[in-house]
Design a protein around this ligand. Sequence first.
Ligand SMILES: [Zn+2]
Ligand SMILES: [Zn+2]
Length: 257
Amino acid sequence: MDELIFLGTGGGRFTTLFQSRATGGLIFNTSGHQIHIDPGPGALLRCRECKVYPFKTDILMATHSHIDHVNDLNMMIEGVTNAATRKRGVLVTVKEVMDEIVTDYHKNLLKEIIIVKSGMEVKINNLRVLAVKCSHLKSECVGFKFYTNNYCLYYTGDTSVYPGFEKNFEDVDFLIANVMRPDNNQLPHHMCTDDLISVLKNSEHEIKLVIINHFGTIMLRAGAENEAARIMKETGVKTIAAADSLIVKLNDNLLKK
Ligand SMILES: [Zn+2]
Ligand SMILES: [Zn+2]
């Protein structure tokens, strides 16, 4: 059964620093793989709390080098490699993360490192992953689209809406959108609720489930659940707000239509 486990749902400096939401990233279990995406501060601890066994992770992915996405990346490499005893696992990330975050010691532990740029597609066994363009500060950042046999899952990473952004939605069944702020409270290089609403309205494709994620302090004050409800009301697309420790069974949602 394919599933998502939200180890953390916080984003931005203040949420991260005060851990008003955890920042451990996301586990995606699919196609025989345990994928850990964006292991930010506390990822290791959150694995323990959510009963996610780091030795079982075989793919690590990091969208960009900001600390709320990569703080525990080297630590999780030690998990993937069975406490640095086996050359094992795949890391998929951008060059900036390799240059600035991953130590040489940890690079050498991994079986494979795949450096991606937006538009690049990689295949790991029977899982196809497309790196998708982000517009996010000066940082080199990508989102990821995962193509399994049954569906497409798109994790936006940190991005603002750029011209043509809605084209990324054309074949998506499940969308995890990093929506940092509520209403039309725009923060450069990120999405707010109204940004996502306008993109969903511009897209003719029907997404089965939208999960908003990566909440800043203003979003938490407004209530991410309230924002999810408004997205659903205004677009007609089923939308939920991610919560720490939330598990989403993807096939169940696929069957419900
Ligand atoms: Zn972030
Ligand atoms: Zn960022």
